[in-house]
Design a protein around this ligand. Structure first.
Ligand code: NI
Length: 140
């Protein structure tokens, strides 16, 4: 662990199902300890955030999101956010995955920083499970 000589200890609280899922994945991936898995997860969170910060200029993008259909008020919040950015959002495809889960694919075109803030706003809604933004620059 080059450069990580000084270790800090932290305590975190997690919903049980989240921890179970995490343990399942780190076991499958062969991590020797939970700490090692968490360190790796934090590193990729930081990398992802830095990558997101680099999304600049005119872009075409896709947001893929999943959410809990039964979360009170969530559908309306998602619609409200999409209407707010109606000139940036070109189309939305909704698929009902199960009785209580939805998958939505949103096609966007606009300033990278705006695409990023739409993704972040969607991500912060209670009941949203995952949001992934992929973009390409309009000019190469
Ligand atoms: Ni649905």
């Amino acid at each position: 662990m080059a450069g990580d000589a000084e270790l800090s200890r932290i305590g975190i609280s997690l919903p049980k199902h989240l921890l179970d899922k995490f343990d399942e994945i780190i076991t499958m991936r062969g991590y020797s300890s939970r700490s090692e898995g968490i360190r790796d997860a934090i590193r990729s969170y930081i990398t992802h955030y830095q990558w997101m910060s680099d999304v600049k200029g005119e872009r075409q993008g896709v947001i893929t999101m999943t959410y809990d259909h039964d979360q009170r008020g969530l559908l309306q919040n998602i619609l409200d956010i999409q209407h707010e950015y109606m000139t940036t959002i070109q189309a939305t495809v909704h698929s009902h995955v199960t009785h209580d889960r939805c998958l939505e694919v949103i096609l966007l075109r606009g300033e990278g920083s705006e695409l990023k803030s739409i993704a972040e706003r969607l991500m912060s809604q209670k009941g949203v499970e995952s949001v992934k933004l992929t973009t390409i620059p309009l000019q190469d």
